[in-house]
Every structure is written in structure tokens, then in C-alpha cells.
Design a protein around this ligand. Sequence first.
Ligand SMILES: [Fe+2]
Ligand SMILES: [Fe+2]
Length: 340
Amino acid sequence: MADLTIPEGGFWPAPEIPQPNIYPMEWRVETEKLAAIYEKSKRMVWNPADLPWDGLRAEDFTREQRLGIMYWFAVLANFDASGPAVFARATIQAFEKHEEDPVRKCFFSITRDEMNHEECCQRTIAKLWPGGPLNWSPSDDLERAAHNNIGWLYHNGGRYWNGYNAAVGKYSLPVLFTSFMMGEMAASTLFRGMSSGTQHPVFGEMFQRIGRDESRHLQICMTILENEWPGLTDDVRTLITRQLRAGFVFLSMILWEPPEGFWELPPYFLPNHRVLMDHARQAGLGVLSYEEQAENWRVAMARVRAIVERWGIAFPAIPELDLEGVPVDFIDPEDIIPVF
Ligand SMILES: [Fe+2]
Ligand SMILES: [Fe+2]
């Protein structure tokens, strides 16, 4: 064996690494619970391609029902299709900031899961309405209404993406994660409700699996927040109150109906949205009634309120659901962070 080379005066120290650099060189574990959740996420992985798609046949539905289902998945995709990119960016951020290893891994697993959720939108739409959400030509008023509404939704989704891009660098982890937590609370609530309401085996299995993923995402957010919340300042608390209201305003589009204050929509959007949702409902997709949706959303928001109030964070007023709290006025797109 050759001899070691040892310079006179000892080894030269390697240069300092300029920060932030993309990757830490160690696998620091501070939160065992997150490491355990990541292990669980690997064991629970599923493949959307393996759902019993043969059981989803266009001919089992009327044209209006197929359009309604496509419309619902287009609304969902407006949220879920941002998921992979949002969490991929959060993953990069966690690497740059040298967050502990399980945080990086958990974000990666959420990115993975969200890609699956998006794929469910993609596959369902491809089966029932080829070319959807937007790449098809409507041929009557109902189809034109659906196509036009989806265009307006997409416009608003674009506004949210700009806001998120600005927010990732601007907000601290507790602010970002309270918003994520709200999104995951919403998502787990939605899919739990839908999986109990659907009459279709493909959607039943899909919603159950997505719901399980979303509950795990919620667990990840809560575990991270339990680490972050004790150090909150009053400024950050105020910001979080605002974010919670922003989350409600944004997520209501898929959980219930869009409130005033953020959405840029033409006056005919909501009545047509209701007609299309009714077609999806009648198709047996599992879309709950207006009142059931409101009740589920109220319960979910009340859970969020109980969680944040423990940490001295004021809850925003949600008069739409008769929830009292601190009034929060105007929401601008940069306030919107939550994703599924
Ligand atoms: Fe999620
Ligand atoms: Fe999701």
C-alpha cells in the first residue's frame, strides 16, 4: 500500500462553503416522529394506474354527467396540479436551508403523493372527456359554460402561483406551514367526505387513498409546526391570522363555494358552477350537498381554530360559516399559499 501524503504543517482546511448551498452533507435527525412518518409514506405508496379503470366507462354516464365529472376534476386539478411544483420548491428550500433530514424527505414524499393525485385528475378526465380540461371545442351552451368557467379558474390559479413564488422566499417556516396545514386539513376533509358519498368503485378507492395521503400530509405539517410554533412573535401571529383567512377564501372553491374577496370571476360563474356541480353530483361522483359541504368545512375550520388558538394565534372571522374571530379584510394573491 502506498504511503499517505501528509503536508508539512498538517492538512489544509477546505474552503468555507458559501451559504445557502443546495445540499447539506449530513443526515441530521432531530424529529424522530417525522422520520417515522416518512417510512410510513414509503410503505403506503400506491399507483394511480392500478386503480380499476376498466370499471370507469364513458358509456355508463350521460353527456351532462361526464361533463360534470370532468368539470369537478378540472376544479380539483386547479389545486392539485400545483401540488407537485409547490412541494418540489419547498423541498429545494428545505435543502438550501439545511433543514434536518426527515423534513427534506417528508417534503419529497408529499411531492410524490401530489404527483399521484394530479395523475388521478388526468386519468379520469382522459377517460370521460378527452381533451379536457381546456383542449377541446364546446358545441352547446352547457359545454361552453363549462369551458369558460374552467378558463376563469385557471386564470385565478395563475395568480396564486405568482403569490406562492413570492411567498416561499419571504415567509418563515411557521407561516408557510400554517398555510400548508390548512390546505391539508381541507384536503383530508374533502376526500373523507367524497369517499363516503361516491357510488363508484374507482372513485371510492381513489378518494380513500388520496384521503389517507392527505391525512399523512396533515400529520407532517402538524409535527413541523409543533417544533416551530413555540418561538412565534406577535408579528408572525398576526400574519398567520391573515393567512388562515386567505386559505379559507382560496380553498372554498373546491370544498364549498368561492366567497367574495379574492376570486376574479365573471358574474355568471357561480350559477353555472352550480349547474355543473349538480351534474357531477347526479353522476354519483360523491360531491356532497351545499349544506353538507358547509358543515364539513365548518368542522374542519373549527379544528384549525382549536389548534392555532393553543399557540396564541387569533383565528380570523369566517362569517360565511358563522365562525367568529378577528376581521381580516382584503386578500391579495400574495397571501395565498395553501395547497392540497
Ligand atoms: Fe396534500
Ligand atoms: Fe393532494
